[in-house]
Ligand binder design. Structure first.
Ligand code: MG
Length: 344
């Protein structure tokens, strides 16, 4: 019988995090432990507010799922079958705990069990949230070690903000619009993409609202800048309808329900010729390291979630200049951070 323990952790953001939908200083994530046969698998849910998830709904979902798990050694599809509708983050927490248990049972890191070369892990970009031109320039200066910056757009002052960033750095730039170009027609959107291209921006993510696949297809015909889907895609079954409208997709454990489904998305995305990015929410090193385990399978990584918080309770994958060093420990290779290491 698998035993579940869980607690809510309040994560403090280093900077107020603004994107087109709103702003926040803290996040409440759910940490879980699944104990089976003397081993403990760790999991984390970073609930997605856009889908009406929060830490309390994730906790209830995990409690509903735990008694249905049965034999965790037969983990394939287990979290998906036990999942509560609409609670993808809780599903991801249970799924990653099952993969952690697998690795601990076999005494090997997950990347090794999957036959992956950790040196092939894609480098991660670093996110710059929406802010005043002065504030973003300060944030960019703090992020000078990263090769690639992902700038959130969709605020009132996008032009001044992005121009200020461009004027202050030669780092590679990507932009994430988070559906912010609501109501723009193809001509207007194409003109904005031209402006982005002129600043050397190399790709854009989710310009239009999630359901506006055809608008994105029309925009894609007018620009050479690659367009990635984030809010428009959750699971593997949705990928075929995105092919041709988007160049790539942003896969997140919290959206898709965990590592098992992320692996299916990677396989399906490859078959459809889509570029693959592995992204994250604001997450501790636990969920970030879970995603990083499969980073050797994707083209781009955007796994900076744990770098955005000041009280990370775990340590796992290490980031230096965007390079991801995967841990050697069994399973996810994540350990509780000694209390004295927690930056307060
Ligand atoms: Mg995004």
């Amino acid at each position: 019988m698998t035993t579940l323990r869980h607690r809510v952790v309040e994560l403090r953001l280093r900077h107020t995090f603004r994107l087109s939908r709103g702003a926040s200083d803290t996040r409440r994530n759910l940490l879980i432990e699944l104990e089976d046969g003397g081993l403990v698998g760790l999991g984390e849910a970073a609930p997605i507010a856009r889908y009406a998830q929060d830490a309390d709904s994730a906790a209830r979902a995990a409690e509903t799922m735990a008694p249905q798990l049965g034999d965790p050694s037969r983990f394939d599809g287990l979290a998906a079958r036990a999942a509560v509708a609409g609670q993808s983050a809780a599903e991801a927490a249970v799924d990653m705990a099952l993969y952690d248990l697998l690795g601990k049972r076999l005494g090997a890191p997950l990347w090794s069990i999957l036959g992956l070369d950790p040196r092939r892990a894609a480098k991660t970009s670093f996110t710059i949230g929406i802010d005043t031109p002065e504030a973003v320039v300060a944030k960019v200066a703090e992020a000078s070690e990263f090769e690639v910056l992902k700038v959130k757009l969709g605020g009132p002052d996008d032009r001044a903000m992005l121009q200020a960033i461009r004027d202050s750095t030669t780092q590679r730039l990507r932009v994430d619009i988070n559906e912010g170009w609501t109501g723009l027609d193809t001509d207007q959107a194409a003109a904005r993409v031209e402006w982005l291209a002129g600043l050397g921006v190399e790709m854009l993510e989710q310009p239009f609202p999630a359901g506006e696949i055809e608008a994105t297809r029309a925009l894609r015909r007018r620009t050479r800048l690659p367009i990635f889907a984030d809010e428009s895609v959750h699971r593997a079954a949705e990928l075929p309808r995105l092919a041709g409208a988007f160049d790539g997709v942003n896969i997140k454990l919290m959206k898709c329900g965990g590592i098992g489904e992320a692996l299916r998305m990677i396989a399906a995305g490859r078959a459809l010729g889509l570029k693959l990015m592995l992204g994250c929410m604001v997450e501790t090193s636990l969920a970030i390291t879970a995603a990083a385990q499969i980073a050797p399978l994707v083209d781009e990584a955007d796994l900076d979630g744990a770098l955005l918080i000041s009280n990370d309770p775990y340590r796992g994958a290490i980031f230096r200049g965007g390079e991801i060093a995967l841990p050697d420990g069994p399973g996810l290779g994540v350990e509780a951070r000694p209390a004295e290491d927690v930056l307060l």
